[in-house]
Write a protein that binds this ligand. Structure first.
Ligand code: NAI
Length: 747
């Protein structure tokens, strides 16, 4: 809403800008020239006035457009050179207007033939006009743009290039070539303020009149494409190196997608059989990635290959870990790494698609049983309460973890064989849907020097398609032997562990795990052979493959849910655990629990050995019973809803405000509602209920006063001075709320 308001209030002009539009004598190019000129740009209208297949020439088409612009009070000059002589087109701009800010490479012809009949001439001519022509015009303008530290370049591709089209082999190849050109020009132009984007238009023109169905031809008017091109050419537009399909008043960004992929190596080589056996994974897009750079793409591959190479030695190192930690290795791969840079890295928002079947498989992996009626809602998709266990939130973020290290720390040669999953924290903001696509974004929040190793704190935010936070995970990953790099020992960002109270537990659940527990759990995405391959496990000194720590974690969470939350997943808020010892499938888990308010402290042991396997753990539950009921149409609800929409519309607010606010909404002296506005963790969230992270400032105010304040009827400072508004914590921080309360008429 804020964004819409600001966009509406400011018109996008091109005064002082000089634009070259090639092939602007007709079709799409003409609409670009007319629109830019009407918004103040001086335009070089280039067109050699040839036939659609490339022959002939006339100055008339360009002159007509120039005349129309001048008639309407604009500035334009004609140019009749071929784009193959791009330097002459640029010279026209420099001679007449003294600069060039915008180049729209639009000129084009067709020489359609089936591949069988296509001649080298057909191929060369199309390439010369589209690909070579765009190169030559852009190259001639480049020194001027570089010198003025500003430029906007558009390449024109085609759906034929992106998807192929019968009879257009020459044209498809040239058009996709333009996308490659644009990708690199965008990278090289970045530091000079030169942006380059590619458009993929569909429009009624002489090029399409004979091939396009009439009903489509009527809809896709070329002047509906022009505003998108103009926006991409405006100084306000920050896009670069991107592709947009545009047609008939619709536009959409397009990007490449890469399947998560599979490592095919048997030892050092790849066999054809291994390719066949892994083909399903190679072609599985269910957790696809969208890389935005070559570094990212290669980083993903590198991390998977490294991980696979090291996996076979992992158990060895688990065994060796204690001796390594005691002999105090000093050559850390993190020595000399600028950790502040590491923390700036934020991964792509990666989709994670899952089905009801995946959710059921996970529940089985953490011990849910159809024989236990209370578990049925996690196992049977037609159950009225069907949904994922809250700890499924970990799975939504699991895959993203594999590549974040190599991307955020690209030059650090971690030994993945020495990697241990130390601790886990999960917080649920919204119930996880039974199936669908969620998106996960991860970053490293801290790298700690624990001397015997390095602790890497990874945080992953899972959001839904509305960009609302569903859950947040914190993984603590320990690399044995990677310490002593002079890094910080502790971090305020790490979620704390708590020892249980010093008394007998309030509840205990014992559950024997299945001997196939690890075999089932791995199907939720953790395929480390340590959990399935007896030979592999034996190398590490285990009698049999060990259970995934995350399966034990899921068992413990189930036990807490059953004992203290009636198996009601909506009461589950957060869980923390430290993994202290391995569990063997078939062993009996004993979860001991202590209730202190809304927090359940727990620890998990193996009954057969008495060893603690999860320590320092707790589960936080929502406790709505302490709240008085408030009508669902409470006036403050609408204000929070509006704040939520503002954050979604303007994600940069999160960084600007950078604070967590708690609100206690009062009625007749009683707290009737609590809200948390988290503007610290991207993408920001507005949730009903108490804050799980420490709020920077807590505001206590009545329902009506809050609404008045939001609407600007009650001055915040006066409310504070008169006692209507009480503020705990950092009072100064409350002023940052102003950024959310702008534009009060809409609240
Ligand atoms: P159009 O034929 O109406 O316009 C192209 C213009 O380029 C013509 O006025 C022509 O005289 C000029 N031209 C051709 N060769 C030239 C050269 N060597 N030097 C200077 N000018 C030259 O076609 P339309 O549809 O407006 O196409 C514009 C651009 O959009 C082309 O690059 C085309 O490939 C592309 N495109 C168009 C689509 C559509 O649905 N109309 C679909 C996908 C891409």
């Amino acid at each position: 809403m804020l964004r819409a308001a600001s966009v509406m209030s400011s018109k996008l002009g091109f005064n002082g800008r000089v634009a070259i539009v090639t092939g602007a004598g007709g079709g799409l190019g003409k609409t670009y020239a007319l629109l830019l000129a009407s918004k103040g740009a001086s335009v070089v209208v280039n067109d050699l006035g040839g036939a659609a297949t490339g022959g002939g020439g006339s100055s008339r088409p360009a002159d007509n457009v120039v005349e129309e612009i001048i008639r309407q009070g604009g500035r334009a000059v004609g140019n009749y050179d071929s784009v193959e002589e791009g330097h002459k087109i640029v010279k026209t701009a420099i001679d007449k207007y003294g600069r060039v800010d915008i180049v729209i490479n639009n000129a084009g012809i067709l020489r359609d033939k089936t591949f069988m009949k296509m001649t080298e001439d057909d191929w060369d001519l199309v390439h010369r006009v589209h690909l070579r022509g765009s190169f030559i015009v852009t190259k001639a303008a480049w020194p001027y743009m570089r010198q003025q530290n500003y430029g906007r370049v558009i390449m024109t591709a085609s759906t034929s290039g992106l998807y192929g089209n019968f009879g257009q082999a020459n044209y498809s190849a040239a058009k996709l070539g333009l996308l490659g050109l644009s990708n690199t020009v965008a990278i090289e132009g970045q530091k000079y303020g030169i942006h380059c984007n590619t458009i993929v238009p569909t429009a009624a023109s002489r090029l399409t009149e004979s091939i396009m169905p009439q009903d489509l031809f009527q809809i896709v008017k070329p002047d509906l494409v022009a505003p998108v091109v103009a926006y991409l050419c405006h100084e306000e537009c920050e896009e670069t190196g991107q592709v947009f399909e545009v047609a008939g008043g619709w536009a959409a960004k397009v990007r490449w997608q890469q399947a998560h992929g599979a490592v095919l190596l048997d030892d050092e080589s790849v066999s054809v059989e291994s390719v066949r056996d892994n083909w399903d994974k190679v072609t599985d897009f269910s957790s696809a990635l969208n890389h935005s750079s070559t570094t990212e793409a290669l980083g993903h591959m590198m991390s998977l290959v490294k991980e696979a190479r090291n996996a076979r030695h992992q158990t060895n190192n688990l065994k060796a870990s204690s001796s390594l930690s005691s002999n105090g290795l000093s050559s850390s791969p993190l020595a000399g790494v600028d950790l502040s840079k590491v923390k700036e890295y934020m991964s792509e928002r990666t989709p994670f698609t899952y089905s009801e079947r995946d959710v059921i498989l996970y529940a089985l992996g953490v011990g849910a049983k159809a024989s236990n009626l209370a578990d049925l809602k996690f196992l049977y998709e037609n159950h009225e309460g069907f949904g994922p266990l809250p700890t499924y939130g970990v799975i939504t973020a699991w895959k993203g973890q594999s590549s974040i290290l190599s991307r955020a720390l690209p030059n650090v040669d971690f030994d993945f064989a020495k990697m241990l999953h130390g601790e886990q924290y999960l917080e649920i903001m919204k119930p996880i849907p039974p199936s669908g696509t969620l998106y996960c974004q991860s970053r490293i929040v801290d790298v700690l020097d624990k001397r015997s190793g390095a602790s890497i704190i990874l945080e992953a935010s899972t959001t839904d398609s509305n960009n609302e936070l569903v859950c947040v995970n914190q993984f603590v990953i320990f690399f044995v032997g990677a310490g002593r790099f002079n890094g910080p020992r502790t971090s305020p960002n790490v979620k704390k562990l708590f020892p249980p109270p010093d008394r007998q537990p309030d509840a205990v659940v014992e559950e024997k795990t299945s001997t196939d527990q690890a075999a089932v759990y791995r199907l939720s995405g953790d395929y480390n052979p340590l959990h399935i391959d007896p030979e592999f496990a034996a190398v590490g000194g285990f009698d049999q493959p060990i259970l995934h720590g995350m399966s034990t974690f899921g068992h413990s969470a189930r036990h807490v849910l059953a004992k203290f939350a009636d198996n009601d997943i909506s009461k589950f808020r957060a869980i923390k655990a430290r993994f202290s010892n391995p569990v063997l499938p078939g062993q009996t888990l004993r979860t001991e629990m202590w209730k202190e308010g809304s927090r359940i402290f727990y620890r998990t042991l193996v009954v057969e050995t008495g060893k603690v396997v999860i320590s320092g753990g707790y589960v936080d539950l929502f406790e709505s019973s302490s709240m008085k009921q408030v009508s669902s149409d409470s006036p403050s609800n609408a204000v929070f809803e509006e704040i939520k929409q503002r954050i979604a519309a303007n994600p940069s607010l999160v960084q600007k405000v950078n604070a967590v606010f708690a609100f206690h909404i009062m009625q007749e002296g009683d707290a009737v509602k609590q809200w948390t506005v988290d503007m610290k963790r991207s993408p920001g969230s507005v949730t009903e209920g108490p804050s799980s992270v420490k709020a920077d400032c807590t505001m206590i105010i009545s329902d009506t006063d809050f609404v008045d304040m939001a609407k600007g009827k009650l001055d915040g400072q006066k409310a504070f001075m008169s006692g209507k508004l009480k503020i705990k914590g950092n009072v100064m921080m409350s002023q940052r709320l102003g950024k959310l309360f702008k534009d009060q008429s809409k609240l």
